[in-house]
Design a binder for this molecule. Structure first.
Ligand SMILES: *Cc1c(COP(=O)(O)O)cnc(C)c1O
Length: 380
């Protein structure tokens, strides 16, 4: 197999970023120190939302958000199938049931009308996914959630920096979850954050990420006391100061990186406009964050299968990928929930045709051109 010269995603870490991490390593606090709060404040400011709670990864963020929403055994939570398994897994962590609801075929976002039709007396929350970095149907879903007294959680692990009608993702749902895995826009190695306008929920998540203990080690150290109270069962979902120092620096790069990702997307879209390869639609009012650049292959007009195109691209050194295998089709979900093909036809049809192309801020124009030329040649 050829080595991948152009991966589908890649982190950027500057010398200055590294220096910030080294400084923390030389300080008194390498975890539960001041950098965590500084990182939280910076992300809250960036996402135009009052409170932010940093956690060990995006999945922990989803779990914390569901916990803060009071999700428990017997509850149902509506989720789209076109996502990473973590979205639905977090619902199962709460002993609740993920209810898969189909996506809109032009954007692969959770379809708000179909989601509304899945609501039962057991439904307690909706998780929408800003697939690929396109903001979800926030207005429609918020309205539905309010009408049925549900918590509206946004899995925005793809979408830090996206906007919807001029408002930042983070400020549009009851709670919004970001991930800082290296393939996402900004990284802390592993890391995540939940932003919310609700101070009680933020406090619940702070306790939840710290074993269910109401004070931090630093607060006790400052007060000169050993006494702490565990008031509920939580988890160790803490992020470290080492990671937060990296996150603070990464966030400073984010506006420029978002601009570059949008520029790359414009270039791809323009180059594909004269071909049969169809990029996903971008809706009016949406400012896309482009975690992924996803196209649909014109399979009915092609002699080849997607799998062959995938391997030809890889053999040419281009790291294409497929996001995602619909979650309800994983063996675990089939066994656990009895889900099967036919449950979400739009997601299943899309899955046959989609391909994620390289998208990261250091991707060069000449590499974009090479990806397009190679794909067009392969997919005919
Ligand atoms: C990355 C991702 C997650 C999980 O984030 P981690 O930080 O890897 O735990 C959840 N949902 C979606 C849609 C993601 O892309």
């Amino acid at each position: 197999m050829a080595s991948i010269r152009i991966p589908y995603g890649k982190q950027s870490i500057s010398e200055e970023d590294i220096q910030a991490v080294v400084e923390v390593l030389r300080s008194d606090w390498i975890t539960q120190g001041p950098k965590i709060e500084e990182f939280e404040k910076a992300v809250a400011l960036f996402s135009e939302t009052p409170y932010a709670v940093a956690v060990s990864n995006g999945t922990a963020g989803l779990h914390a958000a569901l916990h803060a929403a009071g999700i428990q055994k017997g509850d149902e939570v509506i989720v789209p199938p076109m996502t990473f398994a973590a979205t639905a897994n977090a619902v199962l962590y709460c002993q609740a049931t993920p209810v898969f609801s189909d996506v809109d075929p032009s954007t692969l976002l959770l379809d708000p009308e179909k989601a509304a039709a899945k609501i039962t007396s057991k439904t307690k929350a909706i998780i929408s996914v800003d697939y690929a970095g396109h903001p979800g149907f926030y207005n429609e879903l918020r309205e539905t959630a309010q009408k049925h007294n549900l918590t509206f959680i946004s899995d925005a692990c793809h979408a830090i920096g996206a906007e919807y009608n001029g408002r930042k993702v983070g400020s549009l749902a009851d709670m919004t979850v970001f991930s800082f895995h290296p393939v996402k826009h900004i990284t802390t190695g592993e890391g995540g954050m939940v932003v919310t306008a609700n101070p009680e929920r933020a406090q619940k998540m702070r306790v939840f990420r710290n074993h269910g203990i109401t004070t931090t080690q630093r607060q006790r150290s400052e007060k000169g006391t050993w006494i702490y109270e565990m008031t509920e069962l939580g988890f160790n979902y803490r992020i470290t100061d080492i990671q937060s120092a990296l996150g603070i620096k990464q966030l400073e790069h984010l506006p420029g990186w978002l601009e570059r990702r949008r520029e790359i997307a414009r270039r791809y879209t323009k180059l594909f406009s004269s071909t049969e390869i169809r990029p996903l639609q971008v809706l009016d009012g949406a400012l896309h964050a482009y975690h992924l650049y996803v196209v649909r292959l014109p399979l009915s007009k092609m002699k080849k299968k997607r799998e062959q195109v995938f391997h030809e691209m890889r053999d040419a050194g281009i790291g294409v990928n497929v996001h995602y295998i619909p979650v309800h089709l994983h063996p675990f979900y089939k066994k656990q929930l009895g889900t099967k093909p036919g449950l979400c036809p739009e997601a299943e049809n899309a899955y046959e045709e989609i391909l994620s192309l390289p998208m990261y801020s250091s991707l060069k124009d000449s590499e974009v051109d090479e990806v397009v030329t190679t794909l067009v040649r392969s997919a005919v």
